[in-house]
Design a protein around this ligand. Sequence first.
Ligand SMILES: C[S@@+](CC[C@H](N)C(=O)[O-])C[C@H]1O[C@@H](n2cnc3c(N)ncnc32)[C@H](O)[C@@H]1O
Length: 263
Amino acid sequence: MKPNAIYQGDALELIHQVEDNSIDLIICDGPYGVTSNEWDKVANIQEYNLNLIKLFSRVLKPGGALYLFGKDDCLDFIDYRPYLALNRKIIWYQPSRLAQGRVNYTNNYDLIAYFTKGKAKTFNLDSIRVPQLVELEHRLRCENVPSVVNGQYGKTKFNADGKNPGDVWGDIKQLTYKSKELLSREVLNTIQKPEKLIERIVKASSTEGDRILDPFSGVGTTFAVCQKLKRDFIGFELNPDYVAIANERVQNIVSQQEFSLFQ
Ligand SMILES: C[S@@+](CC[C@H](N)C(=O)[O-])C[C@H]1O[C@@H](n2cnc3c(N)ncnc32)[C@H](O)[C@@H]1O
């Protein structure tokens, strides 16, 4: 399959055209099984995800990564271990979500399951560091506090370039009606993801020239980020209108890049 294109059609069929061991990173923001969109009406989201994991494990390179988006229960009671290793369940925390639950605690996060095919071949921590939140005085005090790593005492170290973002991502907000980045009201919430979120994933788990697959590419957020960060991209999308929006979005970025070359 040629890179830097979005193929209009069903991801579950198109994936068979992708070569074995050819993809460095898959960003899968597909059905969650929770909205009223036709494509989101999945009888059993866990079985659906297990099937995706099987299909993705064939096309990923050894050490390649999959980030699978879903709700908190999207992996419950399925055995994905024969196919991919689950390295971390990342909580994408949305503190601003209205807490309207009356009989249970309100769910205010999405799950992003980070898998790799065997041991991860890429994890660019230095390109995704976030600011240390501790104040300087406290920080200096802590420099002398021992920390335990593999049962050995060592000195607690703080990296001036920032820390590992950890597995609870509360620093990246879902788009709202007011977000400049939002392409249209129709794509709010269930569709368009913030570029910052996709950027963190792309930076962490790929390098320039790598090939990234987004099988549910929506309005092309992954494609836009790949264009900016010089990664190759393959997308699948059912909705032809979204394919057109995504292509236009990327074309605008290409034009800006060409323009800045001549400045
Ligand atoms: C949550 S949205 C993805 C949004 C995307 N991350 C973005 O920021 O634009 C899921 C997308 O998957 C598409 N979709 C759902 N089922 C599909 C399938 N079987 N094959 C291809 N696309 C599908 C929907 O049309 C929708 O645009």
